[in-house]
Design a protein around this ligand. Sequence first.
Ligand SMILES: Nc1ncnc2c1ncn2[C@@H]1O[C@H](COP(=O)(O)OP(=O)(O)O)[C@@H](O)[C@H]1O
Ligand SMILES: [Mg+2]
Length: 355
Amino acid sequence: MPLERLQVDSVRCLKAVDVELDPHRNYLFGPNGAGKTSFLESVYLLGRGRSFRTRQTARLVQHGSHDLTVFGQVRSGDRRHRVGLSFAGGELKVRIDGETAPGMARLAEVMAVHVMGSKLHRLIEAGPSERRRFVDGGVFHVEHAYLHTWRHYRRVLGQRNAALKRGLGGAPLEVWTRPVLAAAAAVHAARQRYVEELSGLVAQVGSRLLEHSLRIVYRPGWRQDISLEQALHESLERDTRTGFTQVGPHRADIDIRMAAGSVRDHASRGQQKLIAAALVLAQVRLFGQRTGRGGLLLVDDPAAELDTGSLDRLMAELEPLATQLFLTGLSERAMRPRQGFPVFHVEQGRVAAVV
Ligand SMILES: Nc1ncnc2c1ncn2[C@@H]1O[C@H](COP(=O)(O)OP(=O)(O)O)[C@@H](O)[C@H]1O
Ligand SMILES: [Mg+2]
């Protein structure tokens, strides 16, 4: 599913970008504020329908412009898809092969984008919702029906919470609890299966990248020695008091551990960045194994916070991936690009192939 051509207009500082891309590897170099991250942001936007840095797409629109557009040509086997995305008047529109896409899920089918950006360490440092998003995004990319499973769970959970707020209990509440249990079981099963497979890859990648053992453990969102049904029963008093279901898959997390203990307590900032990179690399690998497709991986300025040893190990991990890579950096010197792949120079919002 490589992106063969990208055209961008008015995404942050980018102006009239139109580039032909390499299916394996693309380097982008340029000074601070040149537009490198904005370029990656545009690719991400095309694949995910949202930004990886901000929740507000409106912020991506260039000052003084009314709208932004991103257009990509994506190869899929011997077919080519034309994907167009625009954001105007607060509304995001996606067209695939000339037809309005019914939802963002269709975008992900055409191009699966993974990212290692400057906020990567948030996967470790931030609260559980960041890690749930990571797991859910991963499951979704290997199993598109999961989006429906997850949305269904959110809906029935919302209905149970509404019932709690109305003060329902006993049998009338049970009517709303049953669907939650059924939907939770589906979400839980998909996540558990996914994290189990992922954890093997995390251990492999982690030991090479960090030279430490690394593992992840799925925490389903309720005490593991009892069923969710029992856990809901036990939290009934609190649920009723707060009007909110306290346990369930919406409270899940993954515990990321080194030999010494949880990485949040035992890893330095630099190590945290590498640990998060290991998680993303494992996810990219699992995506490849499960789907037989490569996907895209955006690696934003890896030289910025990594020492040369860590950077070399990261580059070695990227080497065997059957993924279309986009790598940015301040200069060729810091990144030592592999010969034979295109280098783009980025400056003042313009992107040009270096010949
Ligand atoms: N909405 C916007 N409109 C115009 N310029 C913007 C907007 N948002 C950010 N910028 C500018 O775009 C540049 C950001 O570039 P960025 O892609 O982060 O650079 P790099 O990654 O190369 O350091 C900054 O100079 C910033 O001021
Ligand atoms: Mg940047």
